[in-house]
Ligand binder design. Structure first.
Ligand SMILES: [Zn+2]
Length: 434
């Protein structure tokens, strides 16, 4: 079969297989594989790999072995649940020639669906309404996993032998940083020549970049006193508000001086908001009638490609130091800053990478629309490929406007288009066996 024929047949077959795709997606959505509890979802993936007759490797990540990697951080799901019972799974479709290796990669974990009562129907039961399918993970990203499986199924049924190997991967913990997931997959040796991750960026848009994310804790000291003698104490909360204002000013300054066009390629409202500094949790004090002696603010800073980790940390620490120096109490009792939790670097894939061109061309021809280059505004698993292994990676997947939200949904049309794009891009990239 020639190349063009193979692509045409695969596209035609996939479009008629919506029932199969939705049947798989239904089983995936029914598995409540919230981060930390991925096994029930992986069980479905393993059944699918078995049905396809593929050789599968599964393993639990080992934190000790990953800890020296520059991309490592201790995730909260690791702290809460460890990695026991949380296997990654990689199936290999062996190539029959010496073409390049491509990975199709997706994460099996989803965020919780709380409050479930706010949903129109049970979030763990896939519901179809016209072209839309609702359920937790429908778009992020069990829909992408189901599209991957359909692409591989149809390639096999049509007797299409790729020249290069194809890895079909289901990973854990993406929603919590992906350290035990995709980083563990790469460290295990599954390093392809290129990769596609069908996260719900909405075809024909093609994701080529993501911003980094770091978490920090600022602890601000005060002086405890009974509220009736409050004037003799120093409120750590009031001092924390002073520090928070300085972070707000730094945020404004960064928003105007740092640009990251891929982040707003598909969402113009993000222009000027690619580095958001957020204080998400404030802890302190112990009694309404006591002046609080200490307040800790837990925050997050966004970090686009172009800045180094050290530069971002320095900017935050300097802003806090400057705020402290202009306050009599804080100058003597300076706040402390700690960098804990999320530590995800940004990434950007060269637009002239072969896989970028292949996926964009195919997505545009399949959807009949022009796509644009987009980027993630928060950390993505893609960074592990590009940043630490120099593997070009493209994000291309179904429509998913309210991922993580209530009544998460995607469309059957975009799921089928995703499966088509994955299958024909595998043909283009891996080549056909002689
Ligand atoms: Zn996702």
């Amino acid at each position: 079969m020639d190349h063009r024929n193979a692509k045409a047949r695969v596209k035609e077959t996939i479009v008629a297989r919506d029932d199969d795709l939705l049947e798989t997606l239904e089983r995936l959505v029914s598995a409540k594989s919230v981060t930390g509890n991925e096994r029930c979802g992986q069980q479905v993936m393993l059944e699918e790999f078995e049905r396809l007759g593929l050789e599968v490797d599964t393993w639990e990540p080992e934190a000790d072995a990953l800890e020296d990697h520059p991309g490592y951080f201790r995730t909260s799901s690791y702290e809460d649940c460890g990695y026991e019972g949380r296997e990654n799974a990689v199936a290999t479709v062996p190539g029959t020639g010496d073409g390049p290796t491509l990975a199709l990669s997706g994460h099996i974990d989803v965020v919780p669906a709380d409050p479930e009562s706010a949903w129109e129907s049970d979030p763990w039961t896939l519901r179809r309404e016209g072209d839309r399918v609702y359920g937790r993970g429908a778009s992020d990203m069990k829909g992408g996993l189901a599209a991957m499986l359909l692409a591989v199924t149809v390639l096999a049924e049509e007797g299409i032998d790729l020249a290069g190997d194809l890895y079909v991967q289901s990973t854990i913990e993406e929603e919590d940083g992906g350290v035990g997931g995709l980083l563990s997959v790469l460290e295990r040796g599954y390093v392809p020549d290129a990769a596609i991750i069908p996260e719900p960026f909405g075809l024909p848009n093609v994701g080529i970049a993501s911003a980094g994310v770091m978490f920090f804790d600022v602890t601000v000291p005060g002086k405890k006193a009974h509220a009736a003698w409050g004037h003799q104490g120093v409120s750590a909360f009031d001092k924390a508000c002073h520090v928070r204002s300085a972070l707000n000013a730094l945020n404004d300054e960064r928003q105007t001086s740092i640009d990251f066009p891929p982040a707003y390629g598909a969402d113009p409202s993000l222009e000027g908001h690619v580095t958001n500094i957020n204080v998400g949790v404030v802890e302190g004090g112990d009694w309404p009638a006591s002046v609080p002696a200490e307040v800790t603010m837990h925050g997050r800073v966004g970090w686009p490609p172009g800045e180094s980790r050290a530069e971002v940390r320095e900017a935050i620490e300097e802003a806090i130091e400057a705020a402290a120096s202009e306050d009599e109490w804080l100058a003597q009792h300076p706040p402390t800053v700690e960098w804990t939790g999320w530590n995800a670097a940004p990434h950007e894939v060269p637009r002239d990478a072969e896989i970028v061109g292949i996926v964009k061309r195919n997505a545009e021809s399949i959807t009949g629309e022009d796509g644009t280059f987009v980027g993630g505004n928060a950390a993505l698993d893609e960074r592990f490929y590009q940043r630490y292994y120099d593997v070009p990676v493209v994000t291309a997947g179904p429509y998913g406007p309210n991922l993580h939200g209530v009544d998460e949904y995607t469309t059957v049309t975009s799921l089928l288009e995703t499966a088509q794009t994955l299958a024909v891009s595998a043909i283009d990239y891996c080549g056909l066996a002689e």
